[in-house]
Design a protein around this ligand. Structure first.
Ligand SMILES: C[S@@+](CC[C@H](N)C(=O)[O-])C[C@H]1O[C@@H](n2cnc3c(N)ncnc32)[C@H](O)[C@@H]1O
Length: 435
């Protein structure tokens, strides 16, 4: 199959960004984008103080610029945890680097972490750090829908436990969707749901292992089938959506999941392609996107469009948003009293769901009157019960009836981590603790 410009695109892309990172992390939803364009109202002029006024205006303008720049907005949420270069080098050498692993360690720095569930094993990087850091751990459960990740994680954890020094710890590695967390835990021990687990981690999105293999169809940088299934047993593929779903649904996906403004033109081209036998490879689809975007924005424009539309298709193929919302409630139910759930998301649609669902979860389970909602939630600065050294101690927490949100704003990676691993740029960590 001829794929115009794919090789060139990959090379140019690598050169620009120096290191390879997957399309899903090229998220375009920067939190500061809109604010930075806002104009600042000029203060009223006072006669006779021209020089001072000019200086004042300059000062105010530069303060306003600073306040609205994406970097400033990011600084408000940047992690205060010291970046561990040695640990990073250890993971970087292994190929797949877990993001925000120092922050994840902090999130589960509890008096005792006896049981832990990693809902998204991947290459087991986060699991590895948690198991190593918590000698008291008695139960480890790991889940992933991808058999490649499952196998890699299983081998890695087996090797870690192979020296027999952790005989008190039982490990269960399951090839399951995290939406089934409750039945997995009940299957391990019927009493587990009553006792609850002390820590649960979700590191959303796809792994480098998935995106690097073009035959999985996730990458905008190479040719492969239009697949995008995280679970190869699932029946729906990206090509089914593009070639057979109702036009209105395909449009909605690009608009809502990809936040793509050029969706109508793309939809027209997709419908036209259906009449000629449909789209069957990522290369063909990328060509279509490139030709549809060529007039507005050049190469950068069409790469960004492709990234957004690929994200949209991937979300639809794997039903990611609904699965996430349901699984967040299930995970919260599985926590012990004092247990914590930490979620790393990579785009604004996911983060919005995590933020909204956390707020819902800490309220009473019973429906409340609209005007009563929020009465039981109060914001506190630096709750005394939280360890001063913890990453969220710099920001507000939100206390509800059922739990405490430890991150009123999400935590974003440190500058140092961002420099070393551009893949983490759009990561946002939110943590909740059950009462
Ligand atoms: C970003 S990777 C996780 C990387 C991992 N934290 C590490 O340190 O190596 C996300 C993983 O979650 C898996 N995944 C995504 N959605 C899932 C779901 N609903 N259930 C189980 N696993 C899922 C993907 O297959 C992928 O392996």
């Amino acid at each position: 199959m001829a794929v115009t410009g794919l090789f060139f695109l990959r090379t140019a892309y690598l050169r620009r960004h120096q290191s390879y990172f997957p399309f899903s992390f090229l998220s375009l939803h920067t939190t500061g984008g809109l604010q930075s364009q806002r104009s600042v109202p000029a203060p009223p002029a006072v006669a006779g103080r021209g020089v001072t006024l000019k200086a004042d205006r300059r000062k105010r303008a530069s303060a306003a610029n600073r306040a609205s720049s994406p970097e400033h907005l990011k600084r408000r949420t940047r992690s205060g945890v010291e970046f561990d270069c040695d640990l990073y080098r250890r993971y970087a050498a292994g190929g797949h680097v877990p993001v925000m692993f120092c922050e994840v360690l902090e999130a589960f720095r509890l008096p005792q972490l006896r049981s832990f569930v990693d809902c998204t094993l991947g290459a087991a990087g986060h699991s590895f750090t948690i198991i190593e850091a918590h000698r008291e751990l008695e139960l480890f459960v790991g889940l992933d829908v991808d058999p490649v990740a499952h196998e890699k994680a299983r081998a890695r954890i087996e090797a870690l436990l192979g020296d027999g020094s952790r005989e008190q710890m039982k490990a269960y590695i399951h090839l399951r969707n995290f939406k089934h967390i409750k039945s997995v835990l009940v299957g391990i021990d019927e009493n587990l749901l009553n006792v609850g687990v002390d820590g649960i981690l979700m590191d959303l999105g796809i792994s480098s292992m998935q995106v690097d293999h073009f035959e999985r169809g996730f990458s905008v940088l190479g040719d492969g089938p239009l697949d995008m299934r995280m679970d190869p047993q699932a029946t729906l593929k990206a090509e089914d959506i593009l070639n057979s779903w109702p036009e209105a649904e395909v449009g909605r996906i690009m608009r809502e999941y990809g936040e793509e403004s050029n969706w109508q033109l793309l939809l027209e081209k997709i419908v036209a392609a259906r009449k000629k036998g449909g789209l069957h490879s990522t290369g063909e689809f990328l060509d279509l996107v490139r030709k549809s975007s060529a007039k507005c924005g050049g190469r950068q424009g069409w790469i960004k469009t492709a990234t957004r539309v690929f994200q949209a298709l991937r979300i639809a193929v794997n039903d990611e948003l609904q699965t996430l919302e349901n699984a967040l409630y299930a995970c919260f139910d599985c926590l012990s009293s004092g247990g914590r759930l930490a979620v790393i998301s990579f785009h604004s649609l996911e983060d919005r769901i995590v933020k909204k669902t956390f707020l819902e979860m800490i309220k009473e389970e019973q429906e409340e009157e609209e005007e009563d909602c929020g009465k039981d939630i109060m914001c506190l600065m630096n709750d005394q019960s939280l360890n001063e050294t913890q990453i969220w101690s710099k920001q507000k927490i939100i206390i509800g009836r059922n739990g405490t949100i430890l991150t009123k704003r999400p935590i974003t990676p440190s500058e140092q981590e961002e420099k070393l691993n551009r893949r983490c740029r759009s990561a946002k960590l939110r943590i909740i603790q059950k009462h």
